[in-house]
Design a protein around this ligand. Structure first.
Ligand SMILES: *Cc1c(COP(=O)(O)O)cnc(C)c1O
Length: 496
Protein backbone atom coordinates (compact mmCIF):
# COMPACT_ATOMS: atom_id res chain seq x y z
CA UNK A 1 0.00 0.00 0.00
CA UNK A 2 1.15 3.52 -0.73
CA UNK A 3 1.03 6.36 1.73
CA UNK A 4 0.43 9.97 0.74
CA UNK A 5 1.43 13.13 2.54
CA UNK A 6 -1.41 15.41 3.68
CA UNK A 7 0.55 18.25 2.06
CA UNK A 8 0.79 16.57 -1.33
CA UNK A 9 4.49 16.48 -2.15
CA UNK A 10 5.57 13.08 -0.92
CA UNK A 11 4.58 9.46 -1.52
CA UNK A 12 6.01 6.47 0.35
CA UNK A 13 5.79 2.90 -0.75
CA UNK A 14 4.81 0.71 2.19
CA UNK A 15 4.18 1.32 5.89
CA UNK A 16 7.77 0.37 6.82
CA UNK A 17 9.12 3.56 5.30
CA UNK A 18 6.48 5.64 7.10
CA UNK A 19 7.39 4.09 10.46
CA UNK A 20 11.05 4.95 9.94
CA UNK A 21 10.62 8.49 8.63
CA UNK A 22 7.77 9.42 11.01
CA UNK A 23 6.85 12.65 9.24
CA UNK A 24 6.69 13.27 5.47
CA UNK A 25 9.53 15.25 3.89
CA UNK A 26 7.13 18.09 2.97
CA UNK A 27 6.14 18.51 6.63
CA UNK A 28 2.84 16.68 6.20
CA UNK A 29 1.53 13.49 7.80
CA UNK A 30 1.31 10.11 6.10
CA UNK A 31 -2.15 8.79 5.28
CA UNK A 32 -3.06 5.49 3.57
CA UNK A 33 -3.92 5.81 -0.13
CA UNK A 34 -7.35 4.33 0.64
CA UNK A 35 -9.27 2.79 3.53
CA UNK A 36 -9.40 -1.00 3.26
CA UNK A 37 -12.89 -2.38 3.91
CA UNK A 38 -13.81 -4.76 6.71
CA UNK A 39 -17.17 -6.56 6.46
CA UNK A 40 -19.67 -6.85 9.29
CA UNK A 41 -19.13 -10.59 9.32
CA UNK A 42 -15.41 -10.08 9.79
CA UNK A 43 -16.05 -7.58 12.60
CA UNK A 44 -18.36 -9.95 14.45
CA UNK A 45 -15.93 -12.84 14.09
CA UNK A 46 -13.28 -10.84 15.98
CA UNK A 47 -15.09 -11.75 19.19
CA UNK A 48 -13.53 -15.21 19.14
CA UNK A 49 -9.99 -13.87 18.80
CA UNK A 50 -7.46 -12.66 21.37
CA UNK A 51 -6.56 -8.96 21.35
CA UNK A 52 -3.27 -9.63 19.59
CA UNK A 53 -5.09 -11.62 16.89
CA UNK A 54 -7.61 -8.82 16.45
CA UNK A 55 -4.73 -6.42 16.03
CA UNK A 56 -2.93 -8.61 13.50
CA UNK A 57 -6.16 -8.77 11.48
CA UNK A 58 -6.55 -4.97 11.32
CA UNK A 59 -2.84 -4.34 10.71
CA UNK A 60 -2.75 -6.84 7.85
CA UNK A 61 -5.09 -4.54 5.90
CA UNK A 62 -2.61 -1.67 6.02
CA UNK A 63 0.81 -3.27 6.44
CA UNK A 64 0.85 -5.33 3.26
CA UNK A 65 4.65 -5.01 3.18
CA UNK A 66 4.85 -7.14 6.35
CA UNK A 67 4.49 -10.93 6.05
CA UNK A 68 1.77 -12.60 8.19
CA UNK A 69 4.47 -14.15 10.33
CA UNK A 70 6.21 -10.80 10.88
CA UNK A 71 2.91 -9.24 11.91
CA UNK A 72 2.14 -12.07 14.25
CA UNK A 73 5.53 -11.79 15.94
CA UNK A 74 5.08 -8.03 16.44
CA UNK A 75 1.58 -8.17 17.94
CA UNK A 76 2.44 -11.15 20.06
CA UNK A 77 5.51 -9.44 21.53
CA UNK A 78 3.40 -6.36 22.30
CA UNK A 79 0.21 -7.84 23.71
CA UNK A 80 0.81 -11.47 24.71
CA UNK A 81 3.65 -10.71 27.12
CA UNK A 82 3.20 -10.19 30.83
CA UNK A 83 3.19 -6.40 30.77
CA UNK A 84 -0.62 -5.98 30.70
CA UNK A 85 -2.54 -6.65 33.93
CA UNK A 86 -5.77 -7.83 32.31
CA UNK A 87 -6.33 -10.83 30.04
CA UNK A 88 -8.55 -9.03 27.51
CA UNK A 89 -6.02 -6.16 27.16
CA UNK A 90 -8.79 -3.68 26.28
CA UNK A 91 -11.80 -4.82 28.34
CA UNK A 92 -15.27 -3.42 27.75
CA UNK A 93 -17.75 -3.27 30.59
CA UNK A 94 -21.07 -1.73 31.35
CA UNK A 95 -20.98 1.70 32.95
CA UNK A 96 -24.44 3.29 33.29
CA UNK A 97 -27.67 2.88 31.31
CA UNK A 98 -26.65 2.57 27.66
CA UNK A 99 -23.03 3.61 28.28
CA UNK A 100 -20.09 1.20 28.31
CA UNK A 101 -16.44 1.78 29.23
CA UNK A 102 -13.53 0.68 27.11
CA UNK A 103 -10.57 0.49 29.49
CA UNK A 104 -7.32 1.21 27.66
CA UNK A 105 -5.04 1.55 30.68
CA UNK A 106 -4.11 -2.01 31.56
CA UNK A 107 -0.65 -1.69 30.02
CA UNK A 108 2.62 -1.12 31.90
CA UNK A 109 2.32 2.69 32.26
CA UNK A 110 -1.42 2.81 33.02
CA UNK A 111 -2.39 5.10 30.14
CA UNK A 112 -3.83 4.35 26.69
CA UNK A 113 -0.58 5.29 24.97
CA UNK A 114 0.69 1.81 25.85
CA UNK A 115 -1.80 0.35 23.35
CA UNK A 116 0.35 1.81 20.56
CA UNK A 117 3.74 2.25 22.21
CA UNK A 118 4.01 -1.39 23.26
CA UNK A 119 3.73 -2.27 19.57
CA UNK A 120 5.55 0.55 17.75
CA UNK A 121 9.09 -0.59 18.73
CA UNK A 122 8.47 -4.01 17.20
CA UNK A 123 7.04 -2.48 14.03
CA UNK A 124 10.03 -0.17 13.79
CA UNK A 125 12.65 -2.86 14.34
CA UNK A 126 10.96 -5.12 11.77
CA UNK A 127 10.70 -2.23 9.28
CA UNK A 128 14.43 -1.47 9.68
CA UNK A 129 15.36 -5.09 9.14
CA UNK A 130 13.18 -5.34 6.04
CA UNK A 131 14.81 -2.25 4.53
CA UNK A 132 18.35 -3.26 5.57
CA UNK A 133 18.74 -0.21 7.78
CA UNK A 134 21.66 -0.81 10.12
CA UNK A 135 21.94 2.58 11.84
CA UNK A 136 21.11 3.11 15.51
CA UNK A 137 17.77 4.90 15.81
CA UNK A 138 17.71 7.54 18.54
CA UNK A 139 14.14 8.33 19.58
CA UNK A 140 13.81 11.85 20.97
CA UNK A 141 10.78 12.67 23.09
CA UNK A 142 9.60 15.83 24.82
CA UNK A 143 6.82 14.90 27.19
CA UNK A 144 4.25 16.55 29.41
CA UNK A 145 3.78 13.25 31.21
CA UNK A 146 2.25 10.10 29.73
CA UNK A 147 4.03 9.81 26.39
CA UNK A 148 7.52 9.84 27.88
CA UNK A 149 6.97 6.91 30.19
CA UNK A 150 5.02 4.89 27.64
CA UNK A 151 7.81 5.41 25.08
CA UNK A 152 10.53 4.51 27.63
CA UNK A 153 8.69 1.35 28.57
CA UNK A 154 8.12 0.39 24.94
CA UNK A 155 11.65 1.06 23.69
CA UNK A 156 13.77 0.06 26.69
CA UNK A 157 16.37 -2.56 25.74
CA UNK A 158 15.12 -2.78 22.14
CA UNK A 159 18.02 -3.65 19.86
CA UNK A 160 19.28 -0.95 17.52
CA UNK A 161 17.34 1.77 19.33
CA UNK A 162 18.18 4.38 21.98
CA UNK A 163 15.62 6.62 23.61
CA UNK A 164 16.05 10.05 25.23
CA UNK A 165 13.14 11.66 27.08
CA UNK A 166 13.06 15.30 28.21
CA UNK A 167 10.40 16.45 30.64
CA UNK A 168 9.85 19.84 32.32
CA UNK A 169 11.19 19.68 35.88
CA UNK A 170 8.18 21.67 37.14
CA UNK A 171 5.58 20.39 34.71
CA UNK A 172 4.70 16.76 35.44
CA UNK A 173 2.86 15.05 38.29
CA UNK A 174 4.81 13.24 41.02
CA UNK A 175 3.61 9.84 39.76
CA UNK A 176 4.60 10.67 36.19
CA UNK A 177 8.01 11.92 37.34
CA UNK A 178 8.71 8.81 39.41
CA UNK A 179 7.60 6.57 36.57
CA UNK A 180 10.24 8.19 34.35
CA UNK A 181 13.10 8.65 36.81
CA UNK A 182 12.97 5.02 37.95
CA UNK A 183 13.07 3.66 34.38
CA UNK A 184 15.52 0.79 33.90
CA UNK A 185 17.21 -0.27 30.67
CA UNK A 186 20.63 0.12 29.07
CA UNK A 187 19.49 2.31 26.18
CA UNK A 188 17.49 5.00 27.98
CA UNK A 189 18.15 8.60 29.01
CA UNK A 190 15.69 10.62 31.08
CA UNK A 191 16.45 14.27 31.76
CA UNK A 192 14.54 17.06 33.51
CA UNK A 193 14.69 20.39 31.70
CA UNK A 194 14.57 23.60 33.74
CA UNK A 195 11.38 25.28 32.56
CA UNK A 196 7.95 24.26 31.34
CA UNK A 197 6.78 21.81 28.67
CA UNK A 198 7.28 24.40 25.94
CA UNK A 199 10.97 24.66 26.86
CA UNK A 200 11.43 20.90 26.62
CA UNK A 201 9.48 20.76 23.36
CA UNK A 202 11.31 23.68 21.73
CA UNK A 203 14.61 22.15 22.79
CA UNK A 204 13.74 18.85 21.09
CA UNK A 205 12.47 20.58 17.95
CA UNK A 206 15.72 22.54 17.74
CA UNK A 207 17.76 19.36 17.89
CA UNK A 208 15.70 17.87 15.04
CA UNK A 209 16.35 21.00 12.96
CA UNK A 210 20.09 21.29 13.83
CA UNK A 211 22.12 20.06 10.85
CA UNK A 212 25.31 20.28 12.90
CA UNK A 213 23.96 17.82 15.48
CA UNK A 214 22.68 15.58 12.69
CA UNK A 215 26.13 15.49 11.04
CA UNK A 216 27.83 14.55 14.29
CA UNK A 217 25.25 11.84 14.91
CA UNK A 218 25.70 10.51 11.40
CA UNK A 219 29.40 10.02 12.11
CA UNK A 220 28.32 7.70 14.93
CA UNK A 221 25.82 5.94 12.60
CA UNK A 222 22.91 7.36 14.62
CA UNK A 223 19.69 8.71 13.07
CA UNK A 224 17.10 10.68 15.01
CA UNK A 225 13.47 9.64 15.06
CA UNK A 226 10.31 10.52 16.93
CA UNK A 227 7.68 8.46 18.72
CA UNK A 228 4.92 11.04 18.94
CA UNK A 229 1.41 10.47 17.76
CA UNK A 230 1.85 11.80 14.23
CA UNK A 231 3.82 8.63 13.36
CA UNK A 232 1.62 6.20 11.41
CA UNK A 233 3.02 3.48 13.65
CA UNK A 234 1.27 5.09 16.63
CA UNK A 235 -2.02 5.62 14.84
CA UNK A 236 -2.60 2.29 13.12
CA UNK A 237 -2.49 0.10 16.27
CA UNK A 238 -5.20 2.29 17.81
CA UNK A 239 -7.72 1.41 15.07
CA UNK A 240 -7.84 -2.11 16.54
CA UNK A 241 -9.56 -1.24 19.81
CA UNK A 242 -12.50 0.43 18.08
CA UNK A 243 -13.22 -2.80 16.20
CA UNK A 244 -12.47 -4.80 19.32
CA UNK A 245 -14.97 -2.75 21.36
CA UNK A 246 -17.69 -3.19 18.73
CA UNK A 247 -17.19 -6.95 18.59
CA UNK A 248 -17.39 -7.06 22.40
CA UNK A 249 -20.55 -4.88 22.39
CA UNK A 250 -22.17 -7.45 20.08
CA UNK A 251 -20.89 -10.39 22.12
CA UNK A 252 -22.32 -8.82 25.30
CA UNK A 253 -25.68 -8.24 23.63
CA UNK A 254 -25.41 -4.46 23.97
CA UNK A 255 -26.13 -3.99 20.26
CA UNK A 256 -27.39 -6.03 17.34
CA UNK A 257 -24.70 -6.64 14.72
CA UNK A 258 -24.84 -3.78 12.24
CA UNK A 259 -26.44 -1.24 14.61
CA UNK A 260 -24.54 2.02 14.94
CA UNK A 261 -22.95 3.07 18.23
CA UNK A 262 -21.31 6.25 19.60
CA UNK A 263 -17.80 6.67 20.93
CA UNK A 264 -16.97 9.39 23.47
CA UNK A 265 -13.24 10.11 23.39
CA UNK A 266 -11.17 12.37 25.69
CA UNK A 267 -9.10 14.25 23.15
CA UNK A 268 -5.87 16.24 23.00
CA UNK A 269 -3.71 15.67 19.96
CA UNK A 270 -6.64 14.01 18.08
CA UNK A 271 -4.80 10.69 17.57
CA UNK A 272 -7.16 8.45 19.51
CA UNK A 273 -10.41 9.77 18.05
CA UNK A 274 -8.95 9.87 14.53
CA UNK A 275 -8.17 6.14 14.76
CA UNK A 276 -11.89 5.66 15.50
CA UNK A 277 -12.80 7.71 12.46
CA UNK A 278 -10.49 5.57 10.30
CA UNK A 279 -12.27 2.48 11.71
CA UNK A 280 -15.60 3.96 10.58
CA UNK A 281 -14.20 4.59 7.10
CA UNK A 282 -13.21 0.90 7.03
CA UNK A 283 -16.80 -0.13 7.75
CA UNK A 284 -17.35 0.07 11.51
CA UNK A 285 -20.99 1.08 12.21
CA UNK A 286 -20.65 4.42 14.04
CA UNK A 287 -23.29 7.07 14.68
CA UNK A 288 -21.22 9.75 16.44
CA UNK A 289 -17.72 10.53 17.65
CA UNK A 290 -18.16 12.68 20.73
CA UNK A 291 -14.96 14.72 20.90
CA UNK A 292 -14.41 15.61 24.56
CA UNK A 293 -12.05 18.42 25.59
CA UNK A 294 -11.08 20.06 28.86
CA UNK A 295 -11.03 23.87 29.12
CA UNK A 296 -8.32 23.94 26.46
CA UNK A 297 -11.35 23.65 24.19
CA UNK A 298 -9.91 24.57 20.82
CA UNK A 299 -11.47 21.47 19.19
CA UNK A 300 -14.93 22.15 20.63
CA UNK A 301 -14.88 25.58 19.01
CA UNK A 302 -13.63 24.16 15.73
CA UNK A 303 -16.41 21.58 15.52
CA UNK A 304 -19.08 24.10 16.52
CA UNK A 305 -17.92 27.25 14.69
CA UNK A 306 -15.55 26.04 11.96
CA UNK A 307 -12.74 28.22 13.32
CA UNK A 308 -9.54 26.67 14.69
CA UNK A 309 -7.97 29.34 16.86
CA UNK A 310 -4.85 28.41 18.85
CA UNK A 311 -4.27 32.00 19.99
CA UNK A 312 -5.79 31.67 23.40
CA UNK A 313 -4.74 31.24 26.99
CA UNK A 314 -3.17 27.88 27.82
CA UNK A 315 -4.71 26.30 30.92
CA UNK A 316 -3.04 23.73 33.16
CA UNK A 317 -5.73 21.26 34.20
CA UNK A 318 -6.18 18.03 36.14
CA UNK A 319 -6.19 16.22 32.76
CA UNK A 320 -2.69 17.31 31.65
CA UNK A 321 -2.43 14.92 28.69
CA UNK A 322 -5.18 16.94 27.01
CA UNK A 323 -3.65 20.35 27.70
CA UNK A 324 -2.89 20.98 24.05
CA UNK A 325 -3.60 23.93 21.75
CA UNK A 326 -2.12 22.56 18.52
CA UNK A 327 -3.89 19.30 17.82
CA UNK A 328 -1.55 17.74 15.26
CA UNK A 329 -3.62 14.83 13.99
CA UNK A 330 -6.52 17.07 13.02
CA UNK A 331 -4.51 17.63 9.84
CA UNK A 332 -5.35 14.09 8.77
CA UNK A 333 -9.08 14.71 9.25
CA UNK A 334 -8.85 17.96 7.25
CA UNK A 335 -7.33 15.96 4.41
CA UNK A 336 -10.49 13.80 4.26
CA UNK A 337 -12.81 16.76 4.75
CA UNK A 338 -11.22 18.52 1.77
CA UNK A 339 -11.69 15.34 -0.29
CA UNK A 340 -7.94 14.77 -0.16
CA UNK A 341 -7.06 18.13 -1.66
CA UNK A 342 -3.58 18.61 -0.16
CA UNK A 343 -3.32 22.21 -1.33
CA UNK A 344 -6.22 23.18 0.90
CA UNK A 345 -4.65 21.38 3.87
CA UNK A 346 -1.42 23.22 3.23
CA UNK A 347 -3.25 26.57 3.19
CA UNK A 348 -4.80 25.86 6.58
CA UNK A 349 -1.49 24.72 8.06
CA UNK A 350 0.27 27.80 6.70
CA UNK A 351 -2.45 30.01 8.22
CA UNK A 352 -2.04 28.21 11.53
CA UNK A 353 1.71 28.74 11.47
CA UNK A 354 1.54 32.38 10.39
CA UNK A 355 -1.55 33.67 12.18
CA UNK A 356 -2.34 31.03 14.83
CA UNK A 357 -5.70 30.15 13.29
CA UNK A 358 -7.59 28.87 10.25
CA UNK A 359 -11.21 28.31 9.34
CA UNK A 360 -13.36 26.08 7.14
CA UNK A 361 -16.57 26.98 5.28
CA UNK A 362 -19.95 26.44 6.90
CA UNK A 363 -20.81 23.71 4.40
CA UNK A 364 -17.65 21.80 5.32
CA UNK A 365 -18.36 22.30 9.02
CA UNK A 366 -21.82 20.82 8.46
CA UNK A 367 -20.25 17.89 6.70
CA UNK A 368 -17.89 17.41 9.67
CA UNK A 369 -20.81 17.04 12.07
CA UNK A 370 -23.50 15.50 9.85
CA UNK A 371 -21.68 13.17 7.48
CA UNK A 372 -18.44 12.49 9.34
CA UNK A 373 -20.29 12.28 12.66
CA UNK A 374 -18.29 14.55 14.99
CA UNK A 375 -19.88 16.24 17.99
CA UNK A 376 -17.77 18.55 20.17
CA UNK A 377 -18.07 19.51 23.82
CA UNK A 378 -15.90 20.37 26.80
CA UNK A 379 -15.91 20.23 30.60
CA UNK A 380 -14.83 22.86 33.10
CA UNK A 381 -12.59 21.71 35.95
CA UNK A 382 -15.62 21.73 38.30
CA UNK A 383 -17.54 19.55 35.83
CA UNK A 384 -14.63 17.09 35.63
CA UNK A 385 -14.59 16.83 39.39
CA UNK A 386 -18.37 16.39 39.52
CA UNK A 387 -18.18 13.61 36.92
CA UNK A 388 -15.60 11.73 39.02
CA UNK A 389 -17.77 12.07 42.12
CA UNK A 390 -20.98 11.04 40.32
CA UNK A 391 -19.34 7.96 38.76
CA UNK A 392 -18.21 6.89 42.23
CA UNK A 393 -21.53 7.55 43.90
CA UNK A 394 -23.67 5.97 41.20
CA UNK A 395 -21.58 2.96 40.20
CA UNK A 396 -18.64 2.80 42.64
CA UNK A 397 -16.25 3.37 39.76
CA UNK A 398 -13.08 5.35 40.35
CA UNK A 399 -12.33 7.13 37.08
CA UNK A 400 -9.39 9.34 36.18
CA UNK A 401 -9.76 13.01 35.17
CA UNK A 402 -9.24 12.35 31.43
CA UNK A 403 -11.94 9.69 31.39
CA UNK A 404 -14.12 12.04 33.47
CA UNK A 405 -13.90 14.66 30.71
CA UNK A 406 -15.41 12.11 28.31
CA UNK A 407 -18.11 11.11 30.79
CA UNK A 408 -19.03 14.76 31.44
CA UNK A 409 -19.22 15.65 27.76
CA UNK A 410 -21.22 12.49 27.02
CA UNK A 411 -23.79 13.61 29.62
CA UNK A 412 -24.04 16.99 27.89
CA UNK A 413 -24.53 15.18 24.59
CA UNK A 414 -27.38 13.14 26.08
CA UNK A 415 -29.05 16.28 27.42
CA UNK A 416 -28.80 18.03 24.06
CA UNK A 417 -29.94 15.13 21.89
CA UNK A 418 -32.14 13.02 24.17
CA UNK A 419 -30.68 10.03 22.35
CA UNK A 420 -30.34 6.49 23.74
CA UNK A 421 -27.90 4.94 21.26
CA UNK A 422 -25.39 2.63 23.00
CA UNK A 423 -22.17 4.53 23.65
CA UNK A 424 -18.63 3.44 24.35
CA UNK A 425 -16.78 5.86 26.61
CA UNK A 426 -13.05 5.54 25.99
CA UNK A 427 -11.25 5.40 29.35
CA UNK A 428 -7.65 6.50 28.82
CA UNK A 429 -5.87 6.33 32.18
CA UNK A 430 -5.96 4.61 35.53
CA UNK A 431 -7.20 6.86 38.34
CA UNK A 432 -4.09 5.84 40.31
CA UNK A 433 -1.96 7.92 37.98
CA UNK A 434 -3.69 11.06 39.28
CA UNK A 435 -4.62 10.01 42.82
CA UNK A 436 -4.85 13.33 44.66
CA UNK A 437 -7.12 15.01 42.08
CA UNK A 438 -9.35 11.96 42.05
CA UNK A 439 -9.52 11.66 45.83
CA UNK A 440 -10.32 15.35 46.20
CA UNK A 441 -13.12 15.05 43.64
CA UNK A 442 -14.71 12.13 45.49
CA UNK A 443 -14.29 13.09 49.15
CA UNK A 444 -13.24 16.74 49.12
CA UNK A 445 -10.02 15.83 50.97
CA UNK A 446 -6.70 17.33 49.95
CA UNK A 447 -3.85 14.88 50.31
CA UNK A 448 -0.39 13.95 49.06
CA UNK A 449 -0.19 11.52 46.13
CA UNK A 450 0.86 8.41 48.10
CA UNK A 451 -1.65 9.12 50.87
CA UNK A 452 -4.34 9.54 48.26
CA UNK A 453 -3.49 6.12 46.82
CA UNK A 454 -4.08 4.49 50.22
CA UNK A 455 -7.36 6.32 50.64
CA UNK A 456 -8.59 5.41 47.17
CA UNK A 457 -7.81 1.80 48.02
CA UNK A 458 -10.09 2.00 51.05
CA UNK A 459 -12.79 3.38 48.74
CA UNK A 460 -12.61 0.12 46.78
CA UNK A 461 -9.99 0.93 44.17
CA UNK A 462 -7.54 -1.76 43.08
CA UNK A 463 -4.01 -0.35 43.15
CA UNK A 464 -2.00 -1.46 40.10
CA UNK A 465 1.21 -3.33 40.95
CA UNK A 466 3.43 -0.80 39.13
CA UNK A 467 2.07 2.03 41.32
CA UNK A 468 2.70 0.05 44.51
CA UNK A 469 6.33 -0.40 43.50
CA UNK A 470 6.95 3.23 42.58
CA UNK A 471 7.67 4.52 46.08
CA UNK A 472 10.41 1.97 46.67
CA UNK A 473 12.06 1.81 43.26
CA UNK A 474 15.48 3.46 43.07
CA UNK A 475 15.66 6.78 41.23
CA UNK A 476 18.13 6.14 38.39
CA UNK A 477 17.84 9.40 36.47
CA UNK A 478 18.72 12.58 38.33
CA UNK A 479 20.09 14.83 35.59
CA UNK A 480 18.60 18.31 35.32
CA UNK A 481 19.71 20.58 32.49
CA UNK A 482 19.01 23.90 30.82
CA UNK A 483 17.38 23.96 27.43
CA UNK A 484 20.68 25.07 25.86
CA UNK A 485 22.44 21.93 27.14
CA UNK A 486 20.04 19.50 25.47
CA UNK A 487 22.03 19.02 22.22
CA UNK A 488 25.15 18.15 24.23
CA UNK A 489 23.17 15.66 26.33
CA UNK A 490 21.93 13.97 23.17
CA UNK A 491 25.36 13.83 21.55
CA UNK A 492 26.99 12.35 24.65
CA UNK A 493 24.23 9.80 24.98
CA UNK A 494 24.54 8.85 21.29
CA UNK A 495 28.29 8.28 21.67
CA UNK A 496 27.90 6.00 24.70
C1 LIG B 1 -2.58 11.33 25.39
C2 LIG B 1 -3.79 11.17 26.25
C3 LIG B 1 -5.06 11.65 25.85
C4 LIG B 1 -5.27 12.36 24.52
O1 LIG B 1 -5.16 11.52 23.41
P1 LIG B 1 -4.93 12.12 21.95
O2 LIG B 1 -4.70 10.97 21.07
O3 LIG B 1 -3.72 13.02 22.07
O4 LIG B 1 -6.16 12.91 21.60
C5 LIG B 1 -6.15 11.43 26.67
N1 LIG B 1 -6.00 10.81 27.88
C6 LIG B 1 -4.81 10.36 28.31
C7 LIG B 1 -4.72 9.71 29.65
C8 LIG B 1 -3.66 10.52 27.52
O5 LIG B 1 -2.47 10.07 27.99
Amino acid sequence: MQYLSTRGDCIQDGASRCFISGIASDGGLFVPESFPKVSLEEIISLKNLTYSQRCAFILSRYLDDFTPSELEKCVSAAYDSGSFDCAQRAPLNKFEDSAYMLELWHGPTLAFKDMALQLLPHLLVTAKRKLDRTETTLILVATSGDTGKAALEGFCDVEGIKIAVFYPDQGVSLMQKLQMTTQTGGNVLTVAVRGNFDDAQTGVKRIFADSNVKEQLKAENVVLSSANSINWGRLVPQITYYFSAYADMCAQGAVKPGDKINFAVPTGNFGNILAGYYAMRMGLPVNRFICASNINNVLTDFINDGVYNARREFHKTTSPSMDILISSNLERLLFELFDRNALKVKECMDDLKNTGSYSISESLRKRLTEKEGFWGGYCSEAEVSAAIKAAYEKSRRIIDPHTAVAVGVYKKYLEKTGESIPTVIVSTASAFKFPSSVLEAITGEKSGEFDAIKKLETLGGIVPQSIKELASRPVLHKTVCDKAEMPRMVLEFAAK
